[in-house]
Design a protein. Sequence first.
Length: 201
Amino acid sequence: MESKIKHITINAEIPSGVTIGDISRKYPEISFNITNGHWISEDERILYITCKEWKKKYFLFLKKHKGVKSIEQIGKVIRIHIKSVFLKNIEQKEMTILYPTTLKNGMHRIEFLINKKQLKSLKKGISNITVLKIADSYETKTKITERQEEILWKAYSFGYFKYPRGITLTDLAKLLKISKATLSQTLRIVENKAIINLLEI
């Protein structure tokens, strides 16, 4: 049976004047990653940005950009508060973005879990969008809670599971606003459930 929810990958051209597009066009050879984000009002968003080798000039560019309301560095991650109609048009209700997303030379590569109706709405709301891939979503037999899923996605998107790690346990706990011990325990629980799925126990 065909899945109603699809795993979709798109490339969207970011309009001039949008913070994330402007920095990627200013430094076209660099791939910037948005590792996570959340809305704080109807058109204001907090984004967490990294790249392979963060340089001071990138931070200064963002700090001076008219679209940035505040900026903070946490380890290798830059946290920015921006106002963006473009991002508002991309993200719709009940649409799941699979972080990290990639910015390069004015283009934004994003993976979503969405239905066909949301995809049509997405294409209508944004010009210059290319659908790169559409695949069925899937469900795991061992469920995790919404909070565990949120923590897992953030750990993954900030590079916690990479070698070397993209973020320390301490910095990740700070970003999540939980204790280091709670974070460590939650990750162990989720990892154990993932192993059960992988080994089909």
